[in-house]
Design a protein around this ligand. Structure first.
Ligand code: ZN
Length: 488
């Protein structure tokens, strides 16, 4: 209920946890750092998954499944890869009561096991491309965890493709980044910036990493998906050579790309409010709830009216429910459905019945208006579309209002102010996205991170033309335009 939610302005981090727990999306597990995804949370994941999966298949990909356990030696074959993942590995050393000859790692990501198999499946250019995706769980032993955003085990999809040429692999990398951008913006209503990661922030083992970055309500960035161009790094590490069209041997070119249950955290953090969850209608398990208001003498008529409205909504393609529980008051139900993020609430009482109307309330804006019952199906569909659009527009306006172009270090540091830590509220939150010129230097970036916990989120793809001037951090000649932020 509403009184259990800590206001965003007071403690954003606690507000987030309150929503996840009270809206019954997830719970803490007996194993530290892991989470239980409850049915209401899993239903959101299934909708994200369905849309992503549809888009993967449209772009020619197939699903497959590879084992959870990977021989430790596989990870060591790609030097950067093992270095990047070693600190987070969970390792199995005993099986069936006996010490294993070789330790097995619980997959933190599957490049190595998949490329060990690609070696057997790729002999000729005719075997390429291989466009595979898997839906799976992975494990990264994180020390500081937060439900959905960072947990030791999480659900995701990982695409792993093998190509004949560098150009094809680069094209695939960018194509999947664009699929992510489109699904996340259209379906999850999260406006994102697509860009390339700096060397320091790229995936361990990649030649180049690209990401989409969203802004949360506390003005921090959240990486919502990544797409990696892996060059021939894994082709060489696993000796995946193929006969080319002109009869030579070459190593296969690779990409990988992933999105995870972290997206659920991003949706919550972007759209929700102090009353609870706010969901894009396309993700909401229930899009409309009918709440009847009656006394004993009007009960039968109001319930019959509600059944008729429910049927009309379903016929119009709206995922609607009718809350006929008579052990709770209408006021209690209003609060509960607001907590759960149902986009539309339809109130019906004896007077609405007489007038042939229903009172319809929007979860996103709180606006209420009477609507003719005969037109309710079409009106509900229109309202759901309007909510979907409003959530995106609102988040985008928020990001724009909290983005600042900076020209030097002092300006950038003043924009961020002192780091208030993770438990601060949004009321006094400083910063946002800073856009500035950058020299490309690793040390330059590292110094900023150490001083202000601000990192380069990405080098936005559509803003790299005509870069000239000085690095806003160190004054050296600039090579890129960068988006800076504190990040999850
Ligand atoms: Zn610099």
């Amino acid at each position: 209920m509403a009184e259990k939610i800590t206001p965003r302005g007071v403690d954003y981090s606690q507000w987030y946890i309150d929503i996840v727990l009270n809206a019954k999306l997830a719970d803490y597990s007996p194993v530290k750092g892991c989470m239980v995804i409850r049915p209401r949370g899993y239903a959101i994941w299934e909708r994200i998954q369905a849309e992503m999966d549809r888009r993967f298949k449209e772009t020619g990909h197939q699903n497959a499944y590879f084992p959870l356990l990977i021989p430790m030696s596989f990870l060591k074959k790609e030097a950067e890869h093992v270095e990047g993942f070693a600190p987070e590995l969970a390792v199995v050393t005993i099986g069936g009561g006996e010490e294993l000859d070789e330790p097995l790692v619980v997959r933190p990501t599957s490049e190595t096991i998949i490329w060990s198999m690609y070696k057997n499946w790729i002999q000729s250019y005719r075997d390429l491309p291989l466009l595979y995706n898997q839906w799976a769980n992975v494990m990264r032993w994180e020390k500081r965890t937060r439900l959905f955003l960072r947990t030791a085990e999480f659900l995701w999809q990982e695409g792993h493709t093998a190509h004949e040429t560098e150009a094809e692999a680069v094209e695939e990398t960018m194509k999947m980044l664009e699929v992510y951008r489109d699904v996340v913006e259209r379906h999850l209503c999260l406006p994102v910036i697509a860009g390339r990661k700096s060397e320091a922030e790229k995936f361990a083992g990649a030649v180049a990493t690209y990401s989409i970055e969203a802004m949360m309500q506390d003005k921090k960035a959240l990486q919502a998906g990544t797409s990696h161009f892996l060059g021939q790094n894994f082709g060489k590490a696993f000796d995946v050579q193929f006969q080319t069209r002109d009869g030579k041997l070459d190593y296969a070119w690779a990409t990988s790309w992933g999105t995870s249950t972290r997206l659920i955290g991003a949706v919550i953090m972007t759209h929700s409010d102090d009353k609870g969850l706010v969901l894009p209608p396309s993700l909401a398990p229930d899009q409309a709830v009918i709440v009847p208001i009656y006394k004993n003498d009007t009960k039968a008529a109001v319930l019959a009216y509600g059944e008729k409205i429910l049927a009309d909504l379903k016929a119009a393609g709206v995922r609607a429910i009718f809350d006929t529980d008579d052990t709770q008051s209408p006021g209690w139900k209003f609060a509960q459905h607001e907590m759960n993020g149902v986009p539309l609430r339809i109130e019906i009482g004896p007077r609405d019945l007489e007038a042939g109307k229903a009172m319809v309330a929007r979860r996103d804006t709180g606006e209420k208006a009477p609507i003719e019952a005969v037109a309710l199906g079409a009106a509900a569909r229109e309202l759901l579309d309007a909510i979907q659009k409003n959530l995106y527009d609102r988040a985008r306006a928020f990001r724009e209002a909290n983005t600042k172009v900076v020209s030097d270090r002092a300006e950038l540091l003043a924009f961020y102010g002192a780091d208030q830590g993770e438990d601060a509220g949004t009321a006094g939150a400083t910063g946002g996205f800073a856009e500035g010129l950058w020299c490309g230097g690793r040390d330059c970036e590292a110094a900023l991170k150490a001083e202000a916990k601000v990192t380069i989120r990405c080098l936005p793809l559509d803003r790299q033309e005509g870069v000239s001037g000085k690095c806003c951090l160190c004054g050296a000649a600039a090579r890129h335009r960068a988006i800076f932020a504190r990040a999850y």
